[in-house]
Design a protein around this ligand. Structure first.
Ligand code: RB5
Length: 158
């Protein structure tokens, strides 16, 4: 099955998204480009981070990539959405280990931090990595899911 990847970027990440999107398609991935469609110098990263995070949380995409200037704002927003495990990674070890051990499903990139060549390598290992089906990783993931569901219950009580 072709992996469906949602991608989004604000003005800080737009040039890198413009570089990565056609490359991802050439690599055979199905890409949902959730904007920005053009470089909008006044746009806000939460809008694109939310769109990508919701695509992943709903299952419309299996993985997400959000690009802003640093990767940090995108990550803060994406992790507000239950079911999303987003991290900024600018090295290849974190990008695959985050999936293998932690079931990371959204990669955040800072276009002002990494160049295109390193970003491609990071994205490549992120998309090829799979969660390792080992008891210790399942146990830790379940603890994360428990925290998430407890928070959802608490919010309902407010
Ligand atoms: C936009 O200038 C910049 O603040 C944003 O892309 C991002 O780096 C936030 O984390």
């Amino acid at each position: 099955m072709t992996l469906r990847v949602a991608i989004g970027a604000d003005h800080g990440g737009f040039p890198l998204k413009a570089e990565l999107t056609p490359w991802l398609r050439e690599c055979g991935y199905e890409v949902m480009d959730l904007g920005a469609e053009t470089l909008i110098p006044t746009d806000d990263y939460p809008d694109y981070a939310l769109a990508v995070a919701e695509a992943v949380a709903s299952g419309r995409a299996q993985r997400g990539i959000i690009i802003c200037g640093s990767g940090i704002g995108a990550c803060i927003v994406a992790n507000k959405i239950p079911g999303v495990r987003a991290c900024p990674c600018h090295d290849t070890y974190s990008a695959h280990q985050g999936v293998e051990h932690d079931d990371m499903n959204v990669l955040c990139l800072g276009a002002r931090v990494v160049g295109g060549a390193l970003a491609r390598e990071v994205v490549e290992v992120f998309l090829k990595a799979e969660f390792l089906d080992e008891e210790r990783f399942r146990r830790r993931l379940q603890k994360i899911l428990n925290i998430e569901s407890q928070n959802m219950i608490k919010r309902k009580d407010i």
